[in-house]
Design a protein around this ligand. Structure first.
Ligand SMILES: [Zn+2]
Length: 587
């Protein structure tokens, strides 16, 4: 007889794992004990080799990969520490699992197209909207016919109250800076269209069905945007429709109004960029008691109760009069949120890079004094002003040379319009994209959005092979209270490399990311000499840029411990949670 434990160590809660642990406990076939330590789920069993092997096979089959799973493990143990008590569960969201997917999602299966198929494992039939349950296989086929004819359709409303739109063409009427999203119908042909790595493929098929970002292969004839957001079908209805389309040879279609979570790879693990809105409350344990009972940031409300923080993530939330709201303080909030389980946090720097709130670097010294070290400058929102600034700076000669060599790009620069806010890395990259030739290389007749321009730089950097790259300047300016960036000099540095190595745009785009990461690391080392930095918080939605995240983590991780706060998100409810700790009066 042997005692073994199956462990599923996750960076955040996976409700389906708790549900599965309970199912194994209740299954009379097995004699197991179960438990959960923070976000580590485990099942323990005692038995003969053959029994344990059968159990291992069953568990391997049932525990679908979660985006949040760090590493599953099987180990021999002396004595079990789990119990026969059911784990606390929260409502599940998944609409299909390993038991029902082959039954209803495979065109050869007996139950193909049965949206209301009863699944004893994930119980999804109890959660699917009446509108979707009413769709028969014949209806689903009719929907695909209608898509063929019209080019775009809206599906019946799901349980989130949204009707997903699918289309053969890019979907119009989206917000200006939104990236086009695609749902994959044929996963086997993914590599024929996109550059994706193994961890991205695992994430796509995980329980959470997230959106990941990927660039199309370079010679793609139809996909012309630099970066797309990809997902697999989240709902049973879409699963069936994708299967019908796959049979017709369709590999992917455009999608909108699909509520898949958006994730980014930071420090070799996936982070939520922001937490999707939900009818359910979320709970976060905190060791350190906050200074306020209520706070609000964006769609998120945080409320302190005696033991934990309660979060409402609701698009329609209304600010209660007594809630604290962070204004220009998101970086401080991100720092507080990442340290709520530290009774006396100190010697910390927080990098908060965001395209929605102020991009800042803040520090907490040994005496727990918060200080603003760096703030990203507000850049002009139009090409005319950018040219004007450069002409008044020492970069004028470089700009003149650029104008002579690339007159078309120079004209595009003059007509550039950028959406607000402009105090972020995305805006700087968008301006740099013009100097790298984005508008003349993409053959688009319409003006490119800021997201497309910035994505051009990121996608080109992803193409670069090798570690050598030009070193672009990111010099600091010293203001009265904090430092900022001499962005004219940065642009001048980019222009001069473009003039010298006109063809090697990939290398230069990579160099921009790598140099910026290097400068950030130098700044943190400078802070370390002054106030002794032990750990660095990484937050903000700009780290959804995987090249930036990867270079910053690589440089900083050598000398500091990093904290990406995976139990929360990069730029969402973490700001509301952190606001509970702000030394600030209510407004
Ligand atoms: Zn199921």
């Amino acid at each position: 007889m042997k005692n073994i434990r199956f462990e599923f160590n996750c960076t955040r809660e996976v409700p389906f794992y708790a549900h599965l642990c309970n199912q194994y406990l209740q299954n009379e076939q097995y004699d197991v004990t179960i438990g959960k330590n923070d976000n580590l789920y485990y099942i323990e069993a005692k038995g003969e080799q053959s029994q344990l092997e059968a159990l291992a096979d069953a568990i391997a089959n049932d525990f679908l990969i979660s985006t949040w799973l760090v590493k599953p493990q099987i180990s021999a143990i002396e004595t079990p520490c789990g119990t026969k008590k059911l784990l606390e569960t929260t409502e599940l969201e998944l609409e299909y699992c390993q038991h029902c997917q082959p039954q209803l999602g495979d065109n050869q299966a007996a139950h193909f197209g049965e949206i209301g198929f009863n699944c004893p494992c994930c119980m999804a039939h109890t959660r699917i909207s009446a509108d979707e349950q009413a769709v028969s296989l014949a209806d689903a086929r009719a929907l695909v016919k209608k898509l063929d004819k019209l080019g775009s359709i809206e599906l019946p409303q799901g349980n989130n109250g949204f009707g997903t739109i699918i289309s053969f063409q890019p979907i119009e009427n989206q917000s200006l800076e939104a990236r086009q999203q695609l749902v994959i119908c044929n996963p086997n042909n993914l590599h024929a269209h996109f550059c994706v790595n193994d961890s991205q493929i695992l994430a796509l098929s995980s329980i959470e069905k997230p959106f990941i970002k990927a660039r199309p292969i370079s010679s793609h004839t139809r996909l012309k945007q630099p970066i797309y957001e990809l997902c697999f079908a989240k709902s049973r209805l879409l699963l069936v429709i994708c299967e019908i389309m796959r049979q017709q040879g369709i590999d992917y279609v455009y999608i909108a109004n699909s509520q898949n979570p958006k994730i980014a790879m930071v420090e070799a693990k996936w982070s939520l960029i922001d937490t999707p809105s939900s009818a359910q409350k979320l709970f976060i344990n905190a060791v350190r008691q906050p200074l306020h009972d209520d706070a609000q940031a964006g769609n998120y409300q945080a409320h302190w109760t005696e033991k934990h923080i309660e979060i409402t993530a609701d698009k329609h939330s209304v600010n209660q009069g007594n809630a604290i709201t962070p204004i220009n303080n998101a970086a401080n909030c991100a720092l507080h949120a990442a340290t709520i389980n530290d009774k006396k946090p100190k010697n910390i720097a927080a990098l908060y890079f965001s395209n929605t709130s102020k991009t800042q670097i803040v520090t907490l010294d040994g005496k727990q004094q918060l200080e603003l070290f760096f703030e990203f400058p507000s850049l002009p929102d139009n090409g005319y002003d950018i040219v004007h600034h450069l002409e008044l700076s020492p970069q004028k000669t470089l700009l003149d040379k650029f104008k002579t060599l690339y007159p078309d790009d120079y004209l595009k620069l003059l007509s550039l319009k950028l959406t607000q806010p402009t105090d972020n890395i995305e805006t700087l990259w968008a301006i740099a994209a013009i100097f790298l030739g984005a508008t003349s290389q993409t053959n688009q007749t319409r003006a490119l959005s800021k997201t497309e321009l910035c994505d051009f730089v990121v996608a080109r950097a992803m193409c670069h092979k090798g570690a050598n790259a030009p070193r672009v300047d990111f010099p600091l300016t010293r203001g009265e209270a904090f430092r900022s960036l001499n962005w004219c000099k940065t642009l001048g540095s980019i222009i001069s490399f473009r003039l010298a190595e006109e063809e090697n745009v990939d290398k230069l785009a990579f160099g921009m990311h790598d140099s910026f990461a290097d400068y950030i690391c130098n700044w943190i080392e400078h802070l370390d000499q002054n106030i002794n930095i032990k750990s660095v918080v990484i937050a903000g939605n700009s780290f959804a840029n995987e090249v930036l995240a990867q270079r910053v983590v690589l440089r900083l991780g050598k000398n500091f411990s990093l904290n990406t706060n995976p139990q929360m998100d990069l730029d969402g409810l973490n700001i509301a949670v952190g606001a509970l700790y702000l030394k600030q009066r209510r407004h």
